[in-house]
Design a binder for this molecule. Structure first.
Ligand SMILES: CC(C)(C)[C@H](NC(=O)Nc1cc(F)cc(F)c1)C(=O)N(CC(=O)NO)CC1CCCC1
Ligand SMILES: [Zn+2]
Length: 188
């Protein structure tokens, strides 16, 4: 099982590397990796298991965070957080095909499983995104996301391109709210 010891931390060069596309048919090792990533997120959200293995409650993780520079990410958002039903998915070679002009930012800023320091400030994200990706069976999927899932998915896709959340924070005024950006309200 994946634990926090498997997650590399900021300044590790792999976090600043553009990950490689994965080729199909998918090698078994990547199928296993994908299920291990989902299992980690589920474990991290289970109070007992998280306590026992000292896991940070995670909603998403990207392969580079495990020092595997491949374009694979996993998202597992519990129902109460997502607003309606839980969202659990693995994306292979994801690409944002289009997005809204409107942007949004989480009121409390963002953190990262790979960043132990606190970086305060709004992280502007596209409010709505259309993502093209491949699922574990190699099926091409094109799906629109908005709200919290859209934020999590953009955070994870950034990892595949060597980008960390604090790269987006305005250095002059971390809490500035540009014209085209609103503050994300949970109940959206
Ligand atoms: C960095 C961390 C604080 C652990 C963050 N979790 C989180 O924001 N809230 C959370 C987690 C749960 F599991 C259940 C719950 F209800 C709330 C997170 O997983 N990530 C994912 C990450 O680091 N991926 O690389 C950071 C989030 C910042 C915005 C989107 C993802
Ligand atoms: Zn992260």
């Amino acid at each position: 099982m994946i634990t926090m010891d498997d997650i590399i931390r900021d300044e590790h060069p792999t976090l600043r590397t553009v990950a490689e596309e994965v080729s199909f048919p998918l090698d078994d090792q990547f199928k296993n990796l994908a299920s291990d990533m989902i299992e980690f997120l589920k474990n991290s959200q289970d109070e007992e298991i998280a306590e026992k293995y000292d896991l940070r409650a995670g909603v998403g993780i990207a392969a580079p965070q495990l020092n595997i520079s491949k374009k694979i990410l996993a998202v597992h958002i519990p129902a109460e957080l997502e607003g309606s039903e839980p969202l659990s998915l693995v994306m292979i070679n994801p690409k944002i095909m289009s997005h809204s002009v409107q942007r949004t930012a989480l009121q409390d800023g963002e953190g990262c499983l790979s960043v132990d320091e606190l970086y305060e400030g709004f992280v502007p994200r596209n409010k709505r995104i259309t993502v093209q990706y491949y699922d574990l069976d190699g099926q091409k999927v094109k799906k629109r996301f908005k709200g919290y899932p859209a934020i999590v998915i953009q955070h994870e896709i950034d990892h595949l391109n060597g980008i960390l959340f604090y790269d987006h924070i305005n250095e002059q005024d971390p809490f500035m709210i540009p014209e085209d950006m609103d503050i994300f309200e949970e109940d959206e």
